[in-house]
Write a protein that binds this ligand. Structure first.
Ligand code: SAM
Length: 275
């Protein structure tokens, strides 16, 4: 009985093995459907005909591999994405954060930073930003570079302003930006407690004793096996009483050690580590 259903399956498996051996990045636990689509998109972009040709070239060409990382990861994000989630953070997490003298927060898979600045604004409004350190990480260096700069096209501003209002925050989102010609720049006061750095959830280690971890819209790209491994990592990285926020489409329900967590908000997928 052949191990692979077809040649495409075999080619993708071989490509991911070779990438792991050569570059140490491990995409073998990513969900197949989405990853396959992204690989075919990458072949088109690079005008490479076949996966075995990509396999040959990617081990010999570091810049091709860097572009591969950039293109196979999905970096879609927005400010105050799922606004009701931020209302829930205010209700369920902020009162507890107020009891800590210093707060450590990890945004895993932060993409271009919109989510990180959204939380920073919420913390600022609650008088918590000064005593917070926010670690914002991603596997993709190019999105982190954009996140660090905090410069965004103003074409999304109207949408973000609506999200901001629906999240129940005070004032206007534009109060937190400097306006450029066709872009906005996030206020430097918001940026000063944020550390942007590369971290790969699949191969890198525990991140520190966190009071809050955001990892929204990242685990959906992983198989259940890899999701479990990453949730183990979060569980080890969280202080007792610390909170884990997953995206609306994600869940801890399948997780073998879910007894370690109490559900604070089942709709917005906010969990608290209790043991
Ligand atoms: C769809 S974005 C989510 C952005 C943001 N959290 C949000 O919900 O709007 C997913 C991000 O996860 C990152 N990512 C994918 N695999 C990763 C890994 N192994 N380690 C760290 N980040 C990863 C991608 O580069 C991408 O920026």
């Amino acid at each position: 009985m052949p191990k692979y259903q077809n040649d495409e399956d075999y080619d993708i498996h071989a490509l991911l093995e070779v990438i792991f051996l050569k570059w140490g990045y491990d995409f073998r636990g990513y969900s197949k459907a989405s990853l396959t689509r992204r690989i075919f998109y990458f072949l088109q972009e690079e005008r490479i005909d076949r996966i075995p040709d990509l396999q040959y070239r990617i081990v010999r060409d570091k810049s091709l591999f860097s572009r591969f990382i950039k293109d196979v990861t999905v970096n879609v994000t927005e400010m105050f994405r799922d606004p009701v989630f931020y209302q829930s953070v205010k209700e369920n997490i902020v009162p507890q954060l107020k009891t800590y003298p210093h707060i450590k927060i990890w945004h895993a898979g932060c993409a271009t930073g919109e989510e990180v600045y959204s939380l920073a604004i919420l913390l600022e409004q609650e008088g918590l930003l000064e005593r917070s350190t926010i670690y914002a990480t991603d596997i993709n260096r190019s999105v982190l570079d954009r996140a660090k700069k905090g410069i965004y096209s103003d074409s999304y501003l109207q949408q973000y302003e609506t999200n901001f209002e629906n999240a129940g925050l005070k004032g206007h989102l534009s109060d937190y930006f400097e306006k450029g010609y066709d872009h906005v720049i996030v206020d430097s006061a918001l940026r000063k407690n944020i550390v942007f750095t590369e971290h790969d959830l699949v191969i890198d280690h525990v991140f520190g004793e966190m009071q809050l971890i955001f990892c929204r819209n990242v685990l959906i790209y992983f198989t259940r096996g890899l999701q479990s491994k990453v949730i183990d990592l979060f569980s080890e990285s969280l202080d007792f009483g610390g909170c884990l926020c997953l995206g609306i489409k994600e869940t801890l329900d399948f997780y073998e050690h879910k007894g370690k967590f109490k559900t604070l908000d089942p709709n917005n997928k906010i969990y608290q580590r209790t043991r």
